[in-house]
Design a protein around this ligand. Structure first.
Ligand SMILES: CC(C)(COP(=O)(O)OP(=O)(O)OC[C@H]1O[C@@H](n2cnc3c(N)ncnc32)[C@H](O)[C@@H]1OP(=O)(O)O)[C@@H](O)C(=O)NCCC(=O)NCCSC(=O)CC(=O)O
Length: 490
């Protein structure tokens, strides 16, 4: 069994800051047997119900907290604990507090049955309303979390992290075995498997929670930084005339810095997220909360390194759509990073709806109600690249480019061979500087002479421009979808 609610409070929250919000539970007319169960549970758990709520500080910051106490009837939710939970969520919303949840539960309380079961509706509604107010809801799934708790407040987090090796699932394995006459397959309802399926953002022991919550909330606090002066960005002029094929060749260098290098070198902090939250993840897509200096954002980036093994698939595009919803919900600017040899061309990708996901991602990005910035970092082939482009501000590396398909493919269409790729690319005006001339790109980041030859300096230059642009975007707020689209006129 994992930590008790009291142990978790001691471990995670600032010393001496815990204040309970709990009122004595009331049960109305209940059976003697249930009353005896409750008395035994109180004695065993040392709490008066299966849910403990209150407020505290984490790294000095005021937060609301709702926790299960598994030792109290397996953390099961009856009407009194549901009432307590809902009251705490509503108070957190009213007081504008970030809400941290730490469930561990066997789900609906069997002693109460359906009247308790239907409380899931009110719980889900209260949590959804908290989130709709733009207030963070961060979930730590503790061992074990099952049933109607997993299917309500356990699965609604903006960010969700799980306890290592925790049993996490819908129907409890004991129940499954009795109902089906065979055990549930092992290795499925376990934290690490949920991570592998993009259902949780991370797996971390309780000792790391305070630091993690502080980092997430620090990024979110910076949303109000719009008034700050932007940092001075380094001025390096782009070097003269740029040859199209030379730029394309440079953009394909295997040692060219991609988003990983950018985040490592230029970001002040990065909190990686994971997956769609709906059973998929794509290693070619990096989704993370980050800050560049004093500018916060949610990064949705095509990772050139992973795409070398596995092209960006429909999963990655769905992950990007989750990221945009998350960013809009939290009022965080989105930074997309375009760096792709092209989206997956395979039977699996077709069956997964790759073309439809490109359309939906494109539509989501142009419509998302939060400031957006796209960064063309290297190659930009086809619809998979375009889906990450339409933003309030578009920044491009000097040798970045965007093309309807690989220049070799364009040559194949027109000439029946790939020999005319260079000439096709030039004629198709794929370069960042060409796109700047027609108003598709706003700002070029110089490479001197090539990002791969000066990765540290280049990444710092990009980072400082991102900070500058993001602070500007926080001041101006999100653009209108029509304005975002209008720059492609003509
Ligand atoms: C959560 C568990 C994996 C934990 O397993 P463990 O081996 O650690 O513990 P355990 O099974 O001995 O449980 C500890 C004690 O809590 C009791 N207990 C467990 N779940 C309970 C529940 N939901 N209501 C009331 N009591 C419950 C057990 O009977 C046991 O009592 P004692 O100590 O007296 O022996 C398991 O208890 C389990 O599978 N529970 C059922 C999960 C589930 O399928 N819930 C769906 C409910 S319907 C629902 O929630 C709605 C929905 O699904 O949408």
């Amino acid at each position: 069994m994992g930590l008790t609610s009291a142990e978790l409070i001691d471990l995670v929250l600032d010393d001496g800051t815990w204040t309970s919000w709990d009122m004595a539970p009331s049960y109305g007319d209940i059976s003697e047997a249930y009353a005896a169960d409750l008395a035994k549970a109180r004695e065993r758990a040392g709490t008066d119900e299966s849910v403990v709520t209150g407020e505290a500080r984490i790294a000095g910051r005021r937060v609301a907290v709702v926790l299960s106490e598994f030792r109290f009837l397996a953390g099961s939710i009856g009407r009194a604990s549901a009432e307590r939970l809902i009251a705490a969520v509503e108070r957190a919303t009213r007081e504008g507090l970030p809400l941290l949840a730490g469930p561990a539960s066997g789900g609906t309380r069997m002693q109460e049955g359906t009247p308790a079961f239907v409380q899931m509706v009110r719980i889900a509604e209260a949590v959804t309303r908290h989130k709709a107010a733009g207030l963070p809801y961060l979930v730590y799934l503790r061992h074990p979390t099952t049933g109607g708790v997993m299917a309500s407040w356990g699965s609604l987090g903006h960010v969700t992290v799980a306890e290592p090796e925790a049993l996490l699932g819908f129907l409890g394995p004991k129940v499954y075995e009795v109902l089906n006459g065979r055990p549930f397959p092992s290795g499925v309802q376990v934290a690490e498997n949920l991570f592998a399926h993009g259902l949780v953002d991370g797996v971390a022991p309780p000792a790391e929670l305070a630091g993690l919550v502080d980092r997430v909330l620090t990024i979110l606090d910076l949303r109000s930084n719009a008034g700050r002066a932007a940092s001075a960005s380094e001025r390096v002029e782009t070097s003269g005339q740029i040859d199209t094929w030379d730029a394309i060749t440079r953009s394909r260098r295997t040692d060219r810095p991609g988003v990983r290098a950018l985040l490592r070198i230029a970001a002040s902090d990065v909190v990686p997220l994971n997956g769609t939250g709906q059973g998929e993840r794509d290693p070619g897509l990096i989704i993370a909360l980050a800050r560049f200096g004093s500018a916060p954002c949610l990064v949705l980036a095509q990772d050139r390194r992973e795409q070398a093994h596995q092209p960006l698939g429909p999963e990655g595009l769905r992950e990007a759509q989750r990221g945009m919803k998350l960013a809009a919900g939290l009022g965080l600017p989105v930074v997309t990073v375009i760096d792709t040899p092209g989206a997956a061309l395979s039977p699996e990708a077709e069956n997964g709806g790759i073309a439809g996901e490109i359309a939906r991602t494109l539509g989501a990005l142009v419509n998302v109600e939060t400031p957006t910035l796209s960064l063309m970092l290297g190659e930009g082939n086809g619809g998979g690249a375009l889906a990450f482009l339409p933003a309030d501000r578009v920044v491009a590396a000097q040798h970045a480019w965007l093309s309807p398909l690989p220049p070799e493919g364009a040559s194949a269409i027109v000439h029946g061979d790939s020999d005319h790729a260079a000439e096709m690319a030039e004629a198709q005006r794929v370069l960042a500087v060409d796109l700047q001339q027609i108003g598709v790109v706003d700002r070029i980041v110089a490479e001197s002479p090539d990002a791969a030859d000066e990765p540290e300096e280049f990444c710092r230059r990009v980072g400082s421009i991102l900070e500058d642009e993001l602070l500007g975007l926080l001041r101006s707020g999100p653009g209108e979808p029509t304005a975002r689209a209008a720059r492609y006129t003509g």
